[in-house]
Design a protein around this ligand. Structure first.
Ligand code: SF4
Length: 505
């Protein structure tokens, strides 16, 4: 029998659910549809609270971007058209040069299982070993809630690996952690391949020295700088995970130690642990951070104190001198959702900034604990899983000379005539590690703080033009009509009561 949309339970339609509401309903539906194990794993890997989800972009953007940046990788989304449109738009806005595959559905194909058949057909059509190493299929909110079983796709077709992941907004809190969902799934697959026999060597051949795998996307200069720091220890920088190519995954697993530069890759760490690798936290930022990080690497790899001492003698004075040459003077609040907020905060403080608050959308994990301890010892308040309201409250409380944050935080600060910088584009997309990192933040931060007088002039110029719903160009001064709001509120309450009565009747 053909089911119509009216026959479909509300949890199985895309109407009125998703990132704007209905999350609990979606969770219940997903659990009932056989996705409990996946959701339980996400709940353990990506703990939420005090807020259940920071306000941020669709989480699936993180995993989508990881796939789109890999060579010979096809990416297919399965989700509501509006979600796929938004994700495709954003990924191309951020420079993706690849197509995003899409398997559309309607209520009927969703509930009858035809969507899964369509996805499988699409995967068979795409799996051309001449073009691809891997096809990644991602279930967004609605197909996850409906239990579309990507886990039973064939693991390999014509030698092309097939990876199916669920990345629902009601299960994966941030786009940062969604990167981990895909990176972890790929590492797991590659680990199983490596355990079964020989695998492809890295493109440039195996390093002669033991390597340190770097966990977390960073500015391209950073792995080079880290490699220089490691050289006196007899080590080399290995691949960066998420990788840009499938064969790098084997190299990443084949390391002496993993450096979790970004601290939220819980599923990836699980795979490294399963491969018998040690994982260390924090990052070589500033003088203290670099010294502590070199100690951790040396301890994990059994390297002598003499070699570590030589590396410190070579680099720490350079980092110190570079920081001293371009000091940062002023009070700063910082918030973001990239996961690198704590290490950026350390660097700012070492450069002289009076940093009071760090808000991060990511959770507290063991790999950022050294940074947390260092920052707390320097009097910084840290907010994990920070909400927009907390970030804004920090700006209002500390009245900084510069607010570094997400777009709405920056907008709020600028309305208060406080210079502000967008964390993702202007701060996290810079070198942060070692000597290069010590030089990179001062210029942009000091230039922004020096703009204070321009913000004051702007504010004075626009003083009295109205704000909120009275902003803009008007022939008369707009009048507030609170009675209209009250009327609409009453109408909505009546409509909700009527709906409820109809449901019960
Ligand atoms: S897939 Fe993303 S955009 Fe779509 S409903 Fe879920 S969280 Fe929102």
């Amino acid at each position: 029998m053909t089911q119509t949309k009216a026959d479909v339970p509300p949890s199985n339609t895309s109407d009125g659910v998703g990132c704007h509401g209905g999350k609990d309903e979606m969770r219940r539906a997903a659990a009932a549809a056989g996705k409990s194990e996946t959701l339980d794993r996400y709940a353990a890997d990506y703990p939420v609270g005090p807020h259940d989800q920071p306000q941020s972009m669709c989480p699936a953007f993180g995993s989508l971007r990881v796939g789109l940046r890999m060579r010979r990788t096809a990416t297919v989304l399965s989700g509501s058209a509006c979600c796929v449109y938004g994700l495709s738009f954003t990924s191309h806005f951020y420079g993706a040069k690849r197509s995003v595959g899409y398997v559309p559905f309607n209520s009927e194909s969703l509930v009858t299982g035809k969507l899964f058949e369509d996805i499988r057909d699409a995967v068979y059509q795409l799996a051309d070993p001449e073009k691809y190493d891997t096809v990644v299929v991602t279930n967004l909110c609605v197909p996850t809630a409906s239990g579309v079983p990507l886990q039973i796709l064939p693991p390999e077709i014509n030698g092309v690996r097939i990876i199916g992941i669920d990345v629902p907004g009601f299960g994966v809190p941030t786009h940062a952690e969604a990167k981990d969902v895909l990176a972890g799934a790929m590492l797991r697959y590659a680990r199983q391949e490596a355990s079964q026999g020989p695998v492809q060597a890295p493109r440039a051949g195996r390093s002669e020295r033991p390597t340190v795998t770097l966990l977390g996307e960073m500015f391209p200069v950073d792995p080079v700088g880290i490699g220089m720091l490691l050289e006196p220890l007899g080590l080399a920088a290995g691949p960066t995970v998420p990788t840009r190519e499938w064969r790098e995954l084997y190299g990443a697993l084949d390391c002496a130690v993993v450096a979790a530069i970004h601290p939220f890759y819980t599923a990836s760490v699980r795979e490294f642990h399963a491969a018998g690798r040690k994982v260390i936290g924090s990052a070589p930022v500033g003088v203290d951070g670099t010294a502590a990080w070199l100690d951790s690497i040396a301890e994990a790899c059994g390297i002598s104190a003499a070699l570590v001492g030589a590396a410190k003698d070579r680099f720490l004075p350079l980092i110190k001198a570079t920081l001293a040459k371009s000091p940062i003077k002023g009070r700063i609040t910082l918030s973001g959702y990239e996961g690198s907020e704590l290490i950026v905060a350390r660097l700012l403080i070492e450069a002289g900034a009076d940093l009071r608050y760090v808000g991060t959308a990511c959770p507290r994990t063991p790999w950022s604990d050294p940074d947390r301890q260092w920052l707390e010892a320097h009097g910084v308040r840290i907010q994990y899983r920070a909400s927009l309201q907390q970030d804004i409250a920090a700006v209002e409380e500390f009245k900084p000379d510069l607010a570094i944050g997400t777009t709405p935080v920056v907008q709020h600060a600028k309305q208060l005539a406080i210079p502000a910088l967008y964390f993702t584009n202007l701060i996290s997309a810079r070198p942060l590690m070692g000597v290069a990192g010590a030089a990179s933040l001062a210029q942009v931060v000091n230039a922004a703080m020096a703009n204070k007088s321009r913000f004051d002039a702007f504010r004075d110029f626009f003083e009295g033009v109205g704000e909120g719903d009275t902003a803009g160009v008007w022939e008369d001064v707009p009048e507030d009509h609170p009675e209209f709001r009250e009327q609409v509120r009453r109408q909505m309450a009546r409509a909700a009561a009527k709906r409820k009565a109809e449901e019960m009747g």
